[in-house]
Design a binder for this molecule. Sequence first.
Ligand code: G6Q
Length: 547
Amino acid sequence: MSTLTTSREWLALQAHREDIQTVHLRRLFADDPARAERFSIEAAGVFLDYSKNRVTAATMEALMALARARGLEEARDEMFSGAPVNITEHRAVLHRALRARSDETILVGGENVVPGVRNVLEQMRRFTDQVRGGSWKGYRGQPISDIVNIGIGGSDLGPQMVCEALRPIGHPRLSMHFVSNVDGAQLADVLNRVNPETTLFVVVSKTFTTQETLRNATSARSWFLDNGGGQEDIARHFVAVSTDARRVAGFGIDPDHMFGFWDWVGGRYSLWSAVGLSIALYIGMPAFAALLDGAREMDEHFAAAPLEQNMPVILGMLGVWYRQFFNAGSHCIAPYAHRLNRFPAYLQQLDMESNGKSVTRDGRPVSGATGPVIWGEVGTNGQHAFFQLLHQGTDVVPVDFIAPLKADHALDDHQLLLLANCLAQSEALMRGKTADEVRAELSATGMAGDELEELVPHKVFPGNRPSNTLLLPNLSPHSLGALIALYEHKVFVQGVIWNINSFDQWGVELGKRLAVDIVAELRCDGLGHHDASTRALIERVRVSLKG
Ligand code: G6Q
């Protein structure tokens, strides 16, 4: 593939960037009364207003020309067909098969994977019905009251985020707990709150080799055995989700109580598979199916809509625009829904682990910047913390405002206040406040002269700061499924433009490897080859552990 930054389409965008440099969004709105309508789109129940971006029709045209020239349509079709597009791991990338219709055929190595997906969903349905209905009993004959999901990264962030988001439809008898960190404080706190007689541990690990998860699962099993449970009761209190039945059996979990998935499901794309077992336990299989339906609708939109009217493509290309041509090193996610408080963390992994790469698919250094830092916090909390920098800081930080329109509680007025704040923030970022407007405002309070003039520069907002607004009808399984799939595909779009492999994660390997060495060194007196700083730190930790 040709070098990105010397391509004709790239150079055209670069030149266009010069044209748009001095144009203020206020001006663009004033000049085009149809702007909001022109730059809005709806798909799978998600409404996107992207009119508060520093773009014109010409910008969007040039961005789509770049997308075409980079082979986006072909790359999407290739991924959807089951080809091994994860080239460094020789794997297909088929999270979309996890939400496919039962009569679809999706081939991997000549085999249709859809029947296997459906079988696991059926296994999940039987199990979740038993637990939720109370016929799956703990070792003293009581129904399950607490579910502890033990997993990390992709085996934690998605299930946790979704359970939190959909709490109002969670089973009233079930309390959900998530343990990921090898810091025992997290597990200890959960174990202090639950009763071994009524707790179900769901151990989730694609590889079943992850240090943190195996340590936590082993400690949970010891706690269970030390607190009344017997060896013969483990089968009723521990189930596993993994691709590796042999290791699951080796750990002591009955393979009959294992829920499988496949190597073509990447960890951060796996909540739709059996990795979502905790979600299904909490919200029930019909709601889990609605989550899959929402994602499938977004898949269908992504697969079929022309690029110009394709929501993941639009979001992805806007991200490329700011990353490359405005040097925007970060992107803020601001959900105006408290139940989405884990969504920024979830997207952080999805985006940064996928597109935090600096070599192309053919192993050469990339020619420009790739994935931005993803961060964020729910509104309105963020407004009282970091929004100052968004409004008046020196960097351009694009923001995604995400808001469900309907609340799932009956507290009067809260939803109106929440949504008003969401709309006000995007308007303020876009409009800003000029020196003249500040002067008029201050004069109206009676201020004048030097006192007024000294204050003016501090109260000026440059505006022209870009944002997207995403509105969902409500926070239902369907709209959440569509929203998550939207971001999955957005990340894919950007990976194609940058010609990187969005589906591997070699960058997490080195630290893991070194940790294994240091664990061994902390356990004995030997010391491997380290720099002086690490050696001294190891010695210090060793002394403390012995003390
Ligand atoms: C996700 C990553 C990573 C992974 C965890 C847990 O895409 O690969 O976050 O999910 O390291 O791995 P296991 O599920 O194998 O324990």
